[in-house]
Design a protein around this ligand. Structure first.
Ligand code: MN
Length: 498
């Protein structure tokens, strides 16, 4: 993944001409100091760019228009150092198409109790200036995050970090291309959806390609390319294979090289496969998909383009953080009342970014698909905190579900399980989490991450303007059902409020 420092967040401070030149100079200098502090902080992932203080409707509209058309700008941090009469913001906020966060801070952390005078009061007006700005944002029904606290506080940086990561992922989705090799798994409901509506809402496009288009590229992969890829495998993974199995790995390498060429040539950031549609492919791509995901591609199996796009977004958000991110499926349960758990896996396609230690490269038969034995990486996942996230098309809107979990060690070595797997306890417990997930219509496919928290997903869903339902330590089923019912009404009516 690219470094998020390639992306800019613009620091925009609101004021007005009422206070005279001296005060405005001070406002400008203070704003510059905060922007510089954030830009240089190692807790802030993006470049923070100071913009001269805006004092008129024209200046506000101009900065918003410039933000829209500056490709590396992922969003704005807005701050009201003084009062900035908010009718001045209507035109600009109407134009603004990038996400923004309202930083409700004050330059001086403390009130100087012994020396405070009207000069201090006139300069440090965030307490009421931020409310005036907040009113117009709410009056215009603008989705935004509000962060309260002193700009040097660690928790303020942490919230900004989360929001900026979400803004980078949102930016990455705009114009993103998702390739679908084949179509949906026949008769499956949740992986379907309205691709035109998704493009309107999310900014990414999803287009199908015949598997023949891919196999044409795969057939042109040279033996030399294939051998150098197999050499990489031998250097990277635990490999102990028979001659026949090595031949299967060579075939897998050919598929990987072809898929890479195809995806790079088309500038795709995510893709799907479907085991029902493998015409001309010798194996279901397992190892190739795993390795492409590790390099930052989003992936969804069985034609699941929504999860492919989601996994990509989560990988962008997680750039540089500890812990991996993968396509995932709730596969099977451990229903012992003493500790109920989910075993997550897929037929093959789990990203090695979440592996503990060196994955083993193995070749085993696959019961479905009717193809040759596919190569795959087999591994466990370290203990720690994780999340599962899913996006569904509910017919009149997209819904996101997010559920934190605690990853635990499997109870044994699982010597006969030939796929990568992860065992977790969902929050608040499996009974409540699974019931809520099912009531919310949550998919069996998810984006799984040990780098992100649900707070990243909340900020992201807000930018996307979609519903998000959290299943966490506070969830109980009665409240959850009520929230779903309220949301049904809200999402039916809310467009009329704009
Ligand atoms: Mn699946």
């Amino acid at each position: 993944m690219k470094n998020l420092k390639q992306y800019e967040v613009w620091f925009v401070t609101g004021s007005q001409h009422l206070y005279g030149e001296e005060t405005l100079k001070q406002v400008d200098a203070d704003s510059k100091m905060i922007a510089t502090y954030l830009d240089q902080s190692d807790r802030i992932p993006c470049k923070v760019v100071f913009k001269p203080v805006v004092k008129t409707p024209d200046e506000i509209s101009t900065i918003c228009t410039q933000a829209n058309t500056t490709s590396q700008c992922v969003g704005l941090v807005t701050w009201m150092h003084t009062f900035s009469p908010a009718k001045m913001w209507i035109a600009g906020l109407s134009l603004l198409r990038k996400p923004f966060v309202h930083l409700h801070t004050q330059f001086n952390r403390d009130i100087p109790w012994d020396t405070i005078d009207m000069d201090f009061m006139n300069l440090n007006q965030s307490a009421h200036g931020g409310r005036e700005f907040g009113f117009i944002c709410s009056r215009m029904r603008k989705n935004r995050k509000v962060i309260v606290g002193h700009w040097q506080d660690e928790d303020v940086s942490k919230e900004l970090d989360i929001w900026m990561r979400a803004a980078c992922a949102w930016h990455d989705w705009q114009g993103m291309k998702v390739a679908r090799f084949g179509d949906n798994m026949r008769e499956v409901a949740v992986t379907e959806g309205d691709k035109v509506e998704a493009q309107k809402q999310f900014g990414y496009s999803v287009n199908g390609y015949g598997v023949g288009d891919l196999t044409d590229v795969i057939e042109n992969v040279s033996d030399k390319q294939m051998d150098s890829m197999v050499k990489q495998y031998q250097d990277t993974y635990k490999v102990d294979l028979s001659k026949e199995q090595l031949d299967a790995v060579r075939e897998s390498a050919r598929i990987e090289a072809g898929m890479r060429t195809f995806l790079e040539a088309g500038d795709f950031k995510a893709f799907t496969t479907c085991f029902e549609d493998l015409h001309g492919l010798v194996q279901l791509p397992g190892l190739p998909v795993q390795r492409l995901m590790e390099d930052g591609y989003g992936f969804g199996a069985e034609g699941d383009w929504k999860t492919a796009a989601l996994v990509r977004a989560m990988k962008v958000m997680a750039t540089g953080l500890k812990g991996g991110t993968s396509f995932m499926e709730d596969y099977t349960y451990h229903l012992d009342p003493a500790g109920m758990r989910v075993l997550g896996a897929h037929m093959l396609e789990v990203c090695p970014s979440i592996a503990s230690g060196k994955p083993a490269l193995e070749v085993h038969p696959l019961g479905i698909g009717g193809k040759a034995d596919p190569a795959r990486l087999v591994f466990n996942v370290p203990e720690g905190d994780g999340i599962n996230v899913s996006v569904m098309d509910m017919g009149n809107r997209f819904r996101m579900l997010a559920n934190p979990c605690r990853v635990v060690a499997p109870k044994a070595a699982l010597p006969k399980l030939p796929v990568a797997r992860v065992v977790w306890e969902p929050m608040p417990n499996l009974k409540t989490a699974a019931a809520a997930w099912i009531l919310g219509g949550g998919a069996h496919h998810t984006g799984f991450s040990m780098a992100l928290t649900v707070r990243h997903m909340v900020d992201f869903a807000e930018m996307a303007g979609i519903e998000i339902l959290l299943i966490d330590e506070h969830t109980n089923i009665a409240d959850f059902k009520r929230d779903i019912r309220i949301n049904e009404v809200y999402y039916m009516l809310s467009n009329g409020l704009k």
